[in-house]
Ligand binder design. Structure first.
Ligand SMILES: NC(=O)c1ccc[n+]([C@@H]2O[C@H](COP(=O)([O-])OP(=O)(O)OC[C@H]3O[C@@H](n4cnc5c(N)ncnc54)[C@H](O)[C@@H]3O)[C@@H](O)[C@H]2O)c1
Length: 319
């Protein structure tokens, strides 16, 4: 399998693909962002410009470094660049059928030794791999939104993934200063989304039962758990708190936590109304005119502050 990587093709120039492209380009790789929709390409250019401006304003990169990053990025609606790809990562729509259709074509279009990865949020890698020519070179590479700031990347092997492919993807993540974590057994949702959605299920349960408002739950996370979890994980927290105490709390609390199997009515209703959050201007909160852009900009500013403080400058120095 090809471990020398110079040119990377990212399929799906959306929210994730556009951001991942900047990380690879900043790390010295030449990047093609491929999308089937012209709007996808236009939006990607816009997103990249917004992200780069924010990074410059925050002192994350200099204007010269930013122009160099941009000079390594190109955009395409045809699959010609797949032929010269040394690595392909896919970030298209989260749908098994669409992903399998894409991978059938893409794995035929690239050289046989090129490692391939999907950024699926939690679909089975083994299942997607059924459409791939050479499934031993295929694995999951799950980035976290916004990928140009958050350090974690989950690397997931499917039933047929070879050890070498996992190593190549792990090394690629390390080469752009990301923090890879290996996921074994291809569990749905991998690790991050299993934890994230366990939290969301309990947060909905709390609000639906009237124990707290949406904002109060967000405040508990931001001012309590979130601050803690930026520094120590749940096992470190338990060790520091005392496993005797954590055992006793678990023995009466676990049975009271939500274990619903269906999506709760409150979230279903918002989904059916088309209230998708910042992308439509309304979700759990109402964003009003310009509110969504302000929320995204504030998130990125705050994340960058934490990132700089805890991990130093996570932006890659030139390769
Ligand atoms: N948004 C997140 O927070 C997040 C986090 C981690 C992983 N992911 C995963 O990343 C993937 C992309 O998510 P996103 O939020 O960037 O979506 P998005 O809707 O912003 O972008 C998807 C892009 O893929 C393009 N596309 C669709 N079908 C295609 C095809 N067959 N070939 C080429 N391009 C195609 C669309 O035109 C669009 O531009 C999904 O699998 C998602 O689950 C998303």
């Amino acid at each position: 399998m090809r471990s020398e990587i110079k040119h990377i093709v990212i399929a799906g120039a959306g929210l994730m693909g556009a951001s991942m492209g900047q990380i690879f380009a900043r790390g010295g790789y030449s990047v093609t962002l491929y999308d089937i929709a012209p709007e996808g390409i236009d939006k990607a250019r816009e997103l990249v410009a917004i992200n780069q401006r924010a990074l410059i304003e925050q002192g994350g990169v200099s204007p010269a470094q930013s122009s160099e990053t941009l000079s390594r990025m190109s955009y395409a609606m045809g699959m010609e660049d797949f032929k010269k790809a040394d690595f392909v990562v896919e970030a298209i729509v989260e749908n098994m059928g669409v992903k399998q259709d894409f991978w059938k074509k893409a794995s035929e279009a690239v050289a046989e030794d090129v490692v391939l990865a999907t950024n699926t949020s939690g679909l089975s890698i083994t299942e997607i791999a059924k459409a791939v020519r050479g499934p031993e070179r295929f694995c999951g590479m799950h980035w976290i939104n916004p990928p140009h700031i958050v350090p974690l990347v989950e690397v997931i092997g499917g039933a047929e993934t070879g050890k070498k492919a996992i190593e190549i993807v792990r090394d690629l993540a390390l080469s752009v200063n990301k923090h890879p974590v290996m996921v074994r057994g291809d569990p749905k949702g991998f690790i991050l989304n299993r934890i994230q959605f366990a939290i969301l299920r309990e947060a909905l349960h709390i609000v639906d039962n009237g124990y707290a408002t949406v904002k109060d739950v967000d405040d508990v996370m931001k001012y309590g758990l979130g601050m803690r979890y930026a520094c120590i994980g749940p096992f470190e927290t338990a060790d520091l708190g005392g496993l005797d105490t954590f055992y006793r709390i678990s023995s009466y609390l676990f049975a009271d936590l939500s274990d619903v199997k269906e999506v709760p009515e409150s979230l279903t209703r918002l989904y059916q109304e088309g209230a998708f959050g910042t992308k439509t201007g309304k979700g759990f909160y109402d964003y009003g005119e310009g509110g969504a852009e302000r929320a995204i900009a504030k998130r990125d500013r705050d994340f960058l502050k934490i990132s700089k403080r805890l991990y130093g400058d996570s932006e890659k120095t030139e390769k």
